[in-house]
Design a protein around this ligand. Sequence first.
Ligand SMILES: C[S@@+](CC[C@H](N)C(=O)[O-])C[C@H]1O[C@@H](n2cnc3c(N)ncnc32)[C@H](O)[C@@H]1O
Length: 267
Amino acid sequence: MMDTRSTAIREMDINRPASARMYDAFLGGCHNFGVERSIVERLETALPGIGGTYRENRAFLRRAVEYLLAHGVRQFLDLGSGIPTIGHVHEVARRRTRHFRVVYVDNEPLTVAHSKPLLAAEINAAITHADIRDPKSVLCSPEVRALLDLDEPVGLLMSSVLHYLPDSDQPAELVATYREVLAPGSHLVISHVTDSHDPAPARVLAEHYAETSDPIHLRDTREIESFFGDLDPVPPGAACLADWRPDPGTPVPSPYRLVHGGIARKG
Ligand SMILES: C[S@@+](CC[C@H](N)C(=O)[O-])C[C@H]1O[C@@H](n2cnc3c(N)ncnc32)[C@H](O)[C@@H]1O
């Protein structure tokens, strides 16, 4: 049922921009270096207002976690978490309940090193250094074993991570492997960069990411939606993030329609 792929250990490379630290720079965080700030500046010149796309993704993640909390989910497995600051999952959950558990997963060594001290005082949240392409190493990690009960519903978060996997990594099969192990009542959350809505800016974004340690693989909305398999879509179904249960009265943060996503429930 659970396959273990051989995935090369990701080396630390501070000379090339890393997606986690670019995202942190766009969100106004302090866990980034000159190499990331420089490409962020170039992206802002090439695509004015692009920072709004990153804020939009983080706002979607918040709305998704709030939805799951409101529907009884108390444990979260965040695959490709990046650095858990600026409104990340445990911060959202803590506003609603003390009874939550979060395991963050990332394969970038410095992201994990930056995250550990941030989570040191958290009894309900931890990060594990693993590659999501190796589900066994994720699901059998000491952090998952200690914090999560996989026989109970889990919020499986794949926010802004699947587009880092090329087709040769067989992302559809990988997501299916994770879907299989979820207990009934679990929810899968996905957001993914697409060229379906705004193809020209999507190409510019991908061209910039080609220079980083985390190149982006654009997919169309049909393929992104297929990652949910036979799970039941939560209304309104997968959509451009700006249209997914938008915060009432809040202006859309991004001038571009580059990220598609949603939530689906395992019955
Ligand atoms: C843009 S950040 C996403 C942050 C967060 N999930 C969010 O949506 O707010 C993407 C993260 O995925 C991580 N990542 C990329 N490929 C990965 C893999 N194969 N295994 C684990 N993490 C991965 C990167 O290191 C980076 O920290």
